[in-house]
Design a protein around this ligand. Structure first.
Ligand SMILES: Cc1cc2nc3c(=O)[nH]c(=O)nc-3n(C[C@H](O)[C@H](O)[C@H](O)COP(=O)(O)OP(=O)(O)OC[C@H]3O[C@@H](n4cnc5c(N)ncnc54)[C@H](O)[C@@H]3O)c2cc1C
Length: 389
């Protein structure tokens, strides 16, 4: 098969150093050998087995960008990008490592105390703890200021009450960063992030593993907190009320990461389609010999090349500490839109076979759709970009 990582024929950016390239190869091999053979089962069961997480931990794929002293591999976002790209190129997009590594762990590294980092990060790196972040509620999605989950201080504990929905890794997760209100009267300034280790508490319940149109292998779930008591030491940050600022600081990386998934899947869709149209025949010739096919694929290759170049530049800026929120929002919105267009046009070139679940392009079509919705909808991204005008 045409290699998705090489389908554009672009030179590698400087941030793909030798060790980042080696990590990509290693992750790719691991995913092909250990995850892809079971992936249909994970889709059927609507969850990736815990054992897969533990194997990923043993292979060094969890917490790649966490410092070695906390059990990580001491890498950067470039290393996380390599792993997430490998997931997209192999086509096991429901395996929620990206969220665990590049969203949840960074909250603990950035805002956790020394004690919290030592307690949680090594166990996240081994796969003993699987991470989730619980922001969204039935009544608060785009407008996170409307979060109602309440954390009330009682002595040296917080008592948490509320419900969350659409939480990635929601059935597997046993370390959840929960967005709560510690002082509802203060609105955004009364928001705090509190870590719940679910194995250690009472009153925590997992709701439905939600029935989605795509990303079937991910256990996107409802979560309920009924008077869940956690030590006040589980607050992230030195004081209450920092939650909104912490979210705003971390969201650019989350948005860039959605761009990683988008560009990797677009490359995979293009590679798979090039292979297909070179084989399939109609009217006595190969599908690629029709000028329409050539023009469509030429357009897509051009657009993906533009997207990849922009993505590479965003990563370079992020690694240098200079990826501003507006540009991260552009990456999320534009690359996920691109992904949707590419997958749709590619599916068309497969004809009826593209609509059959046994063809990977069909799964890509289903999996791509949510990219324009989660991590802040693309409409919200445009609002954020507009603020920079
Ligand atoms: C598969 C999946 C996984 C997810 N994983 C997580 C997770 O791990 N953790 C988590 O906390 N959340 C997660 N989410 C939730 C996701 O982030 C939210 O669904 C998303 O932010 C949108 O919120 P909402 O669904 O409430 O839509 P709403 O906010 O109700 O939006 C509905 C529509 O209105 C539009 N809209 C809203 N406000 C405006 C505005 N001001 N201007 C213009 N248009 C607007 C939106 O763009 C959208 O089109 C996940 C969702 C899905 C589907």
């Amino acid at each position: 098969m045409t290699n998705p990582a090489e389908v554009l024929g672009l030179p590698k950016p400087v941030w793909i150093t030798e060790d980042v390239a080696m990590l990509y190869d290693m992750a790719h091999r691991f995913l092909v050998d250990e995850i892809a053979p079971h992936y249909d089962d994970y889709e059927k069961n609507e969850i990736v087995d815990r054992s897969a997480w533990e194997k990923a931990g043993a292979a060094g794929l969890l917490c790649a960008s966490m410092p070695e002293e906390y059990g990580g591999a001491g890498g950067t976002f470039a290393h996380e990008s390599a792993i997430i790209e490998a997931i997209g190129h192999v086509g096991v997009d429901g395996f929620g490592i990206g969220l665990h590594n590049a969203i949840v762990a960074p909250y603990i590294l950035r805002y956790g105390s020394e004690e919290q980092k030592k307690k949680w990060l090594p166990r996240m790196a081994s796969g003993e703890l699987i991470g989730a972040i619980a922001m969204t509620e039935p009544g608060a999605g785009s407008d996170l200021q409307g979060v109602r989950t309440r954390a009330e201080k009682a002595g040296n504990q917080y008592r948490i009450n509320g419900s969350k929905t659409f939480i990635t890794n929601g059935q597997n997760a046993n370390l959840i960063v929960v967005v709560t209100k510690t002082d509802p009267a203060k609105g955004a300034k009364g928001t705090s992030l509190i870590v719940v280790e679910t194995d250690e508490v009472e009153g925590f319940q997992r709701g439905r593993n939600l029935d989605k149109i795509g990303l079937k292998a991910n256990d996107t779930s409802e979560l309920f907190f009924n008077d869940v008591a956690v030590p006040t030491a589980n607050l992230l940050g030195a004081e209450e009320g920092q939650g909104f600022i912490q979210l705003m600081q971390q969201l650019p990386q989350e948005r860039l990461m959605i761009g990683t998934t988008a560009i990797a899947m677009a490359e995979r869709a293009l590679a798979a389609t090039i292979d297909y149209v070179k084989e399939r025949q109609a009217f006595g010739q190969k599908i690629i010999d029709f000028q329409n096919t050539q023009f469509k694929l030429a357009e897509l290759k051009t657009e993906i090349t533009i997207g990849r170049t922009f993505y590479n530049d965003c990563v370079a800026r992020h690694l240098a500490g200079g990826l501003d929120p507006a540009t991260a929002s552009m990456a999320k919105y534009w690359l996920s839109d691109l992904q949707g267009r590419v997958v749709d046009e590619c599916l068309q070139l497969f004809g009826g076979y593209g609509y059959m679940n046994e063809y990977p392009i069909a799964r890509m079509y289903r999996d791509a759709r949510v990219q324009r919705i989660y991590g802040g909808t693309n409409e919200i991204m445009k609002l954020l970009i507009a603020r920079s005008l």
